[in-house]
Design a binder for this molecule. Sequence first.
Ligand code: GLN
Length: 389
Amino acid sequence: MIDFSKKTSRFNSSLIREMTILANKTGAINLAQGFPEFAPPKELLNALLKVTDSVSHQYSENYGVFETRQTIAEKRTKEFGFEIGADEILLTCGSTEAMAVTYLALFDKGDKIGTFDPFYGSYLSNALLTESEIIFTPLTGEKFDIDQKALEDVFKQGIKAFVLCNPSNPTGKVFTRDELLNIAELAEKYDVIIITDEVYEHMVFYPNEHIYFASLPGMYKRTISISSLSKTFSITGWRLGFITAQKEIVDNIRKFHDLLTVCSPTPLQIAAVTALRFGDEYYHELIQLYGRKKGILLGGLDELGISHSTPNGTYYTLVDFSEFTKLDDVNFAKMLTEKYQIAGVPLSGFSHNVNGKTVIRFHFAKEDKTLYEVLGNLRRFVNENEKVH
Ligand code: GLN
């Protein structure tokens, strides 16, 4: 018998990936793991073809290819409103690695971290990895409002950092300037580092606006901004994430990036420069595309009388099936996959406050025809299942 570490027994593989495995096994439509069904931009694919015989296929510098970092720094300079240098950027293998190496660089056993619930699962898994303690504060009601008192209570407990997912996966909440300024005030008052997860930064529906936490007055010095190219350019398999932070922070996080992955894929970093230089029009079209898909799925759910959240950003909606079933969310998600060929992620993969509800996260980064197929399957579900409440 192999004696695995105690950590191993506390780890479960993410429900997102579990549901993807079940979807693949059963041939169901995968609305679970959030990745686009469609191809990346043509110009980016052409750039990839071009680089394959002209560039290095070897390791890149540990920080990332200079030109890629430089281009990200230029993009961030525009977005943050002040100068960001290439040495304030670290390329990682997806934002997943970015989050893990940030935790490793910041937290020792017993350190406290705050975040909102619902939350993205890796914030908790990384706390297990670093033996740090994560404290949750709820987002409440239909609009996922902050409970101000509960939030300040978390800051009062001596947290070293707060993880802020904005736009938020899975709620689709986009934090307003006032909400962010309020978090900034708490960060200043209690001397807390803010780790942002902004991978949906370019997926915010009008009239909402994405505000970079690092761009708020005085916040850059205490902010570690994590993002990735995965969602923005529909290249989740390229594994290109990045961190933006002051050089000293980047230098320390880099030690763990060096240990874990050495570098992100060199040719892909080079090809990505083309996409990083796209103008405003690209981002405008991206929002329009996802706005249309959101309309198809949410409009269809409304017609079927199935309640759901209305995201201001991201490509997720939380769909509430409580009226139709007595099953818990995990068993319901399995049943929906096996019987109705739709795989989603049970909310309990993102929350400790499921409160007996049967809520499933669906993503809508699918071809329109796939979304219509989903709605057809859901129609069959509604016809075959009486409301139980
Ligand atoms: N971020 C995506 C999601 O929430 C994909 C997660 C993953 O598998 N890395 O579904």
